[in-house]
Design a protein around this ligand. Structure first.
Ligand SMILES: Cc1cc2nc3c(=O)[nH]c(=O)nc-3n(C[C@H](O)[C@H](O)[C@H](O)COP(=O)(O)OP(=O)(O)OC[C@H]3O[C@@H](n4cnc5c(N)ncnc54)[C@H](O)[C@@H]3O)c2cc1C
Length: 273
C-alpha cells in the first residue's frame, strides 16, 4: 500500500503575542521572526512516519508570501519528498473559507500531477496566530472528504473491501475516542501524536538546493472570486485588547463560611434570599 500524502504547513510569527493592525484588521508580521506553525511539525512527522511504514510520498503545501518557502524548506530538511507554495496577490486577505478553497484547489492539482489523487491530507490542529482550527475541516469540506480533528494517535492502516482504512484516536477532554475512516480523508493532529524527528544532514542539504515550485492562482485554475478578500465570508470589524478587569475578592474561610458571607452580601445588595 503506498500513500500520496499532503501536509498543510503554515508559517506563523514566532510569538504567541500576536499584534494586529487595528485599521486593516490583519496580523502585523513585520519585524517578527517566523517559524513553522508548531502543530504542523507534528503533522509533518505523522506524514513521514506513514510514508516510512507503508511507502508513498509526502508533499508539503503552504499558502503565503514567498517567505513562507522557508517553512517548507524546514519540512524538506525533516525528510518530506516535495513541497509547493501557492502565492499570489489574489490570495491576500483570505479568511479561513478562502484559505481552505485555495489550499483544496492546490491539493487537487497535486493529485492530478501524481495521476492517482491524494490519499491523505494532514494539518495541524490550529495555527498559533489565527487560532481558528477551521482550515483542516474547511479543506475537507471543499474536497468532499471526511474530516477527523484532534487526532492523537494513528493506530493502524489496513486494506478493507472498499480501500485503505485508518484507525485513529481522537483526543477528548477526559479520554479518547477510537475512530475508523476510509481514505481519502483529512486529519488535523494534536501534539500528543508523535515526537517529531530532527532534520537530517541529508535533508538539510536537499532543502538548501530544493527548487521550490510556486504556483499562482492561474496555475491551480482557482476561481479568483473565491480567493482573497472577495472570496472571504468574514470581515474583521474591530480589533481590540480586552480591558483589564478589577481583581475579584476571595472570600475568607471554608465553603460553608464563604456561602454564608455571600448570602449576606446578596441580602445587603437588595436580593431577597
Ligand atoms: C477578513 C480576514 C482577512 C484576513 N487577512 C489576512 C491576511 O491578509 N494575511 C494573513 O496572513 N491572514 C489573514 N487573515 C487570517 C487568515 O484567514 C488565517 O490566518 C487563515 O485563514 C488560516 O486560519 P488560521 O490561522 O485560524 O488557521 P487554523 O485553521 O487554525 O489552522 C489549522 C491548520 O490548517 C493549516 N493551515 C492554515 N493556514 C494555512 C496556510 N496559509 N497554508 C497552509 N496551511 C495552512 C495548518 O496545517 C494549520 O495547522 C484574515 C482573516 C480574515 C477573517
Amino acid at each position: 500500500m503506498s500513500l500520496n500524502i499532503v501536509v498543510l504547513v503554515k508559517q506563523v510569527p514566532d510569538t504567541s503575542e500576536v499584534r494586529m493592525d487595528p485599521v486593516r484588521g490583519t496580523l502585523i508580521r513585520e519585524g517578527v521572526p517566523s517559524i513553522v506553525n508548531p502543530f504542523d511539525v507534528f503533522a509533518i512527522e505523522a506524514g513521514l512516519a506513514l510514508r516510512d511504514a507503508y511507502g508513498g510520498k509526502v508533499t508539503l503545501l503552504s499558502m503565503g508570501p514567498s517567505q513562507a518557502g522557508a517553512a517548507l524548506r524546514e519540512g524538506i530538511s525533516m525528510g518530506a519528498d516535495d513541497a509547493v507554495l501557492i502565492s499570489d496577490r489574489a490570495f491576500a486577505g483570505s479568511d479561513t473559507l478562502a484559505t481552505s478553497y485555495a489550499l483544496a484547489t492546490a491539493v487537487k492539482k497535486i493529485g492530478q500531477n501524481a495521476g492517482a489523487g491524494v490519499d491523505l491530507i494532514l494539518a495541524g490542529r490550529q495555527a498559533i496566530d489565527g487560532d481558528t482550527a477551521q482550515v483542516g475541516p474547511g479543506v475537507a469540506e471543499q474536497l468532499g472528504m471526511p474530516s477527523i480533528t484532534c487526532v492523537s494517535k494513528i493506530e493502524s492502516l489496513s486494506q478493507n473491501g472498499t480501500g485503505p482504512n485508518l484507525r485513529l484516536r481522537r483526543m477528548l477532554e477526559d479520554g479518547y475516542q477510537v475512530v475508523e475512516v476510509g481514505l481519502p480523508a483529512v486529519l488535523s493532529v494534536v501534539k500528543d501524536i508523535n515526537k517529531p524527528r530532527l532534520p537530517s544532514l541529508r535533508g538539510m542539504m536537499k532543502s538548501k538546493t530544493y527548487n521550490l515550485p510556486t504556483w499562482t492562482a492561474a496555475d491551480i485554475a482557482a476561481d479568483t472570486t473565491l480567493c482573497g478578500l472577495s472570496g472571504s465570508a468574514t470581515r474583521v470589524k474591530r480589533i481590540f485588547s480586552p480591558e483589564k478587569r478589577a481583581r475579584g475578592e476571595t472570600l475568607e474561610g471554608g465553603a460553608a463560611e464563604q456561602a454564608k458571607t455571600l448570602v449576606q452580601r446578596l441580602r445587603d445588595s437588595g436580593f431577597s434570599i
